[in-house]
Design a binder for this molecule. Structure first.
Ligand code: NAD
Length: 734
């Protein structure tokens, strides 16, 4: 069995149909590429074949490249992985260029065989790069299909000619959102943008493709860039208009990426340099930049965390073995506030029946109307139909009546963050649900093991911690209490899969995993304000190292009074061991002045009446005079990063984190930890344990025990180990 099938019909039209063995979505492997190549050769060599249709036997065309192939190319290279990667990429270029030239005479551009790509559905990454090398792209009118080049999202760029071809087809300016932001379009939008050539009714796809092949003339096969007198749309870099585009694009990329994402820079270089040379040289330049990106540790780490490990977690890598499917049919959401309303929406949207309960009917109704609001926005953007809205809202019953929970197989509690209120709710729920129902709490700070004491069935009690806003945030943190059983974990993971989010599973400890790491980040920023470090230096240092928000902006967004509440509760729990009084002095003073953050239009930043952030509050400087000697930006970054990553290491040492993949994926999806690094543990691997120990020792000498080097890190430095060698997931499974 191979991943492509080949057939020729009575009219001499060959069809090469992609059908990856054993997968529901086509993905490209090295072998499959060679199989396709062999079939193209066969068709070009066969005098009876007039033209070729490249299509899919599945409902979609392709999801992209199997990114494990890249790791394989590197491994195959032994001592010279870059050479192996470059040659591998050039091999792909040769195959796609052969499709594009299709046997035509290179001088007269005549005598080639027409090759059309017929896309029944989604076509991503290499699944669009192959069509871009064909002479025509026809897509079925399938509004659910996604067409585009999302490579940049995992730290690489389209490196099988997609970059060079799209820019030459559309111009650098028009291609920018598709290449630099990985923008995906449905077939009609892709046609309007000029990425594909035709959209036809799904049932006409192959007939139309065949008709085109049989009617194509020599001139129809010649790509603009292979024709005489080709000029790049919008102008090449040395053209005045092109010059403006490239200057602007360069500035835009740097403002968005802060210079920390090698792929975006390399992509721009490939486009800029490629635009000034003939097509085949441009492909070679693209291949060189692509190789340079693939050899960059940041790209490998991003691929590992954001593609390979994220997918592994979504597919159940940490799900308890042997527990049968626990898919949720009816979920009860208790508390219809900000979180409960979001949880109800994502559940109903995934086809699950929802009972949404609050203490008052108005509150429950308001929670349900939150879903209506999201769906209305979808309707305005033509992503949702009125029928779909009615169907989703029809699944949500908003009520105050606990009896409506009968028949629920999962409960997610999202009432006030109060032990007593939560205990009372737990008892009320357990009185009406069946004995098999799993009870989950969305608490962000209360220990699951303590909350489970209110339950008659602690083995069925678990933490399912969503992030806000629920409909946008991709991570869900599942927390095992001391007595939580495997079926509860499996239920949580099956639910998270149903609502199409990414799970991590951690053990119960103060602030679980994500909040445990993010709070010290915010606190370190606030400490620096108290020390007289320029606030703008703190914020920019964070952004320049790839954090989406500086610590002061982050605490403004999450609210300063929440920070005060957490600080008070933590102090109460820790007593004399509480280490953050210096932070509290600033935080409490802000709260006392009514500066509660974004929600009160006043915090570490100033805001206008409409809530637009203006700049750092000028009162900060009066309250915390600037120190005469300011640290350099690298030092501020070390403090901000180490504050987070040391907690990740401690979480691993304490057994809160059970799998390093979860530590990295959870950090990027949960709080946006510098995605270019692949996550906190990948970042430590990148700088090396020895260097990390050096930084920690120096910071400890200067600032005290919060930077104490974890014993684990010291041991790894002595042994020359990395996290991904010491805790390799395969080793764990063995
Ligand atoms: P919220 O105040 O917006 O909503 C709480 C809702 O629970 C209110 O509508 C309230 O009327 C209802 N409620 C209170 N007692 C009830 C009872 N006995 N029976 C039924 N309903 C009751 O709060 P929120 O921000 O949605 O937070 C809810 C939970 O989620 C908390 O445990 C919180 O710690 C956690 N959480 C919040 C965030 C966040 O960013 N806000 C993130 C993760 C987790």
């Amino acid at each position: 069995m191979t991943d492509f099938t080949y057939s020729v019909d009575a009219d001499g039209v060959a069809t090469i149909a992609w059908d990856t063995v054993g997968k529901s979505m086509n993905v490209m492997s090295q072998e499959a590429f060679l199989t396709m190549d062999g079939m193209v050769d066969k068709a070009l060599a066969d005098a009876a074949v007039k033209g070729i249709i490249i299509t899919s036997a599945k409902k979609d065309f392709a999801g992209g490249m199997d990114l494990n192939v890249i790791a394989k190319m590197k491994e195959d290279g032994g001592d010279d992985p870059a050479k192996s990667v470059f040659e591998g990429v050039m091999g792909m270029h040769a195959i796609l260029r052969k499709i594009e030239r299709a046997g035509m005479d290179p001088k007269t551009l005549k005598g080639g065989k027409p090759i059309v790509a017929a896309l029944p559905g989604t076509a991503l990454g290499i699944g669009l790069e192959i069509p871009l090398s064909c002479h025509r792209i026809i897509a079925a009118d399938n509004p659910r299909a996604k067409i585009g080049l999302p490579e940049i999202m995992v730290g690489i760029f389209p490196g099988a000619g997609g970059t060079t071809r799209l820019v030459r087809k559309m111009g650098a300016m028009m291609a920018a959102p598709f290449l630099l932001e990985g923008k995906l379009s449905d077939p009609k939008a892709a046609k309007a943008a000029g990425i594909i050539d035709e959209v036809v009714a799904p049932e006409d796809l192959l007939t139309r493709a065949k008709e085109w092949v049989l009617g194509a003339k020599d001139a129809d096969l010649v790509k603009p860039w292979d024709a005489k007198g080709y000029k790049m749309p919008g102008g090449a870099p040395y053209h005045p208009a092109g010059f403006m585009t490239f200057v602007g694009a360069s500035a835009m990329v740097h403002s968005k990426t802060m210079g920390v994402y090698p792929a975006a820079k390399a992509l721009l270089s490939a486009v800029y340099e490629g635009a000034m040379v003939p097509f085949d040289t441009a492909l070679k330049i693209e291949a060189r930049w692509f190789t340079s990106v693939l050899m960059n540790p940041s790209s490998s780490a991003m691929i590992r965390s954001l593609f390979i490990n994220k997918e592994a977690l979504e597919k159940g890598a940490v799900r308890p073995a042997g527990v049968p499917d626990q898919s949720v049919k009816k979920v009860g959401v208790i508390g219809a506030g900000m979180m409960g309303a979001g949880i109800a929406y994502v559940s109903a949207n995934a086809g699950i029946e929802v009972v949404l309960i609050d203490a008052a009917q108005e509150a429950a109704d308001r929670g349900k109307s939150y879903s209506a609001g999201i769906l209305d926005k979808g309707i305005a953007r033509k992503k949702v139909t009125e029928e779909k809205k009615a169907e989703i809202l029809g699944r949500i019953t908003a009520t105050t009546d606990y009896a409506a929970l009968a028949g629920c197989d999962l409960i997610v509690e999202a009432v006030f963050e109060d032990m007593g209120v939560k205990a009372e709710v737990t008892k009320k729920v357990e009185a009406v649900v069946g004995p098999d129902c799993i009870f989950a709490t969305n608490t962000s700070t209360l220990p699951i093991t303590d909350l489970a004491k209110a339950s008659a069935r602690p083995a069925q009690f678990i933490g399912i911690h969503f992030f806000s806003p629920v409909d946008k945030m991709l991570l869900v943190e599942t927390i095992r209490g001391k007595e939580t059983g495997d079926r509860a974990v499996a239920k949580a993971l099956d639910f998270i899969r149903q609502i199409r989010k990414t799970p991590i599973v951690v053990n119960d400890a103060r602030f679980f995993y994500a909040n445990r790491c993010i709070i010290p980040y915010i606190n370190e920023g606030i400490r620096m304000v108290a020390e007289g470090v320029e606030p703008v230096l703190i914020e920019n240092a964070a952004k320049l190292v790839g954090m989406p928000l500086g610590p002061l902006q982050l605490v403004d967004e999450t609210s300063i009074d929440l920070g005060v509440k957490i600080a008070k509760a933590t102090k109460l729990a820790m007593g004399d061991a509480y280490p953050d009084s210096a932070v509290d002095a600033v935080l409490f003073a802000m709260a006392d002045q009514g500066r509660l953050g974004k929600k009160s239009n006043a915090g570490f930043y100033s805001y206008d009446d409409k809530g637009k952030r203006l700049g750092l509050w000028d009162g900060l400087e009066a309250a915390y005079p600037l120190a005469e000697a300011q640290p350099d930006v690298g030092h501020v970054q070390q403090r901000l990063l180490m504050a987070q990553v040391l907690e990740a290491v401690r979480a691993l040492e304490d057994g809160v984190l059970m799998d390093i993949r979860e530590g990295d994926v959870g950090a990027i999806l949960g709080w946006g930890f510098a995605p270019w690094s692949g996550g906190p543990l990948s970042w430590l691997d990148m700088i090396g344990a020895a260097r990390a120990v050096e930084i920690c020792d120096a910071l400890t000498a200067q600032y005290g025990p919060r930077f104490t080097t974890p014993a684990l890190l010291r041991d790894m430095a002595e042994k020359g180990e990395t996290f991904y060698t010491r805790f390799a997931p395969q080793k764990k499974a063995a």
